[in-house]
Design a protein around this ligand. Sequence first.
Ligand SMILES: Nc1ncnc2c1ncn2[C@@H]1O[C@H](COP(=O)(O)OP(=O)(O)OP(=O)(O)O)[C@@H](O)[C@H]1O
Ligand code: SF4
Ligand SMILES: [Mg+2]
Length: 332
Amino acid sequence: MNVLEVQDLRKHYPIRAGLLRREVGRVRAVDGVSFHIARGETLALVGESGCGKTTVSRCILRALRPSAGSIRFAPEEGQEVDLATLPKRQMRPLRRHIQMIFQDPYASLNPRMMVGDIITEPLKVNGVPAAERRERLMELLELVQMPPAARSRFPHAFSGGQRQRIGIARALALHPQLVVADEPVSALDVSVQAQIINLLLDLQDRLGLSMLFVAHDLSVVRHVSDRVAVMYVGRIVEIAPTDALYRAPRHPYTEALLAAVPAPDPARQQRREAARGEVADPANPPPGCAFHPRCPYAVERCRVERPELAATESGRWVSCHRARELDLLGVG
Ligand SMILES: Nc1ncnc2c1ncn2[C@@H]1O[C@H](COP(=O)(O)OP(=O)(O)OP(=O)(O)O)[C@@H](O)[C@H]1O
Ligand code: SF4
Ligand SMILES: [Mg+2]
């Protein structure tokens, strides 16, 4: 089985009002999301702020309990659990297999702990003996390209990029089967972003990592992901192999996101336009296709009938009534 299979995941938040706190509506933060991650594969989850990316990640880590759907996780071939419904107690032994890389390398490391202790803390919690921890620490520092002397210093001595390396070393300490990285480079300078992406590429090669890589724009995920899932207002609108998606998007929202990615051909770049207007409100999404108020290709049908995610080519699913007839621009 794949390392992860998410089926029809939903996370709704009730909106309550009045003296009796009656439910008057729902924020549909995640509203029927399905995808899988093969062993050794990196899937990027991309979309504008508020589309539900973090909610999906937190459901997988079971920091949130999903409202519906299944999250089947197989730490090893033949083992399989549904993280969506697993009682908290049974979740504990599984935690080591799913690790997180955080967005903010300043907030995510304990400032009062030495780097060596930060990185080996998960090993200590899991009862790994001191000698083995020291050995693993040296391996991990080498893996993230940090000098051995870093272990006896405090986080404040390091730059954002170096701190992110420390966070990555900590996430990898227990040989996780799945890494969830929620915007791991968004808080870093552009030049440093490239270094961390290169490090992740190197780790994919060396360790065969399986990863969910969350980002709000398509420019950072091109080289690090095998496939890309594009989200809009709680749903996936397109999912495809990375090269195919960049070359020829099939969903108008994917095309709009590609406007932020530099194209080798300037004429192409000029023809692409970012999406106009505001992201729809997940508490009150537009009827029909949620993207229709912003879509330059919308027709009457789009305003009344919600498109379903459907296979268009091998390995590609798109939710757009006009996916087959539109000739959209990629970045080449
Ligand atoms: N506890 C909550 N109660 C009500 N609504 C929530 C709650 N948590 C998140 N939301 C809403 O759910 C939607 C999805 O939020 P989420 O944080 O998953 O988005 P995101 O894609 O990660 O955005 P960003 O790029 O800003 O990190 C947003 O509209 C958000 O306001
Ligand atoms: S279904 Fe219609 S509105 Fe939605 S993306 Fe496709 S063309 Fe645009
Ligand atoms: Mg988020």
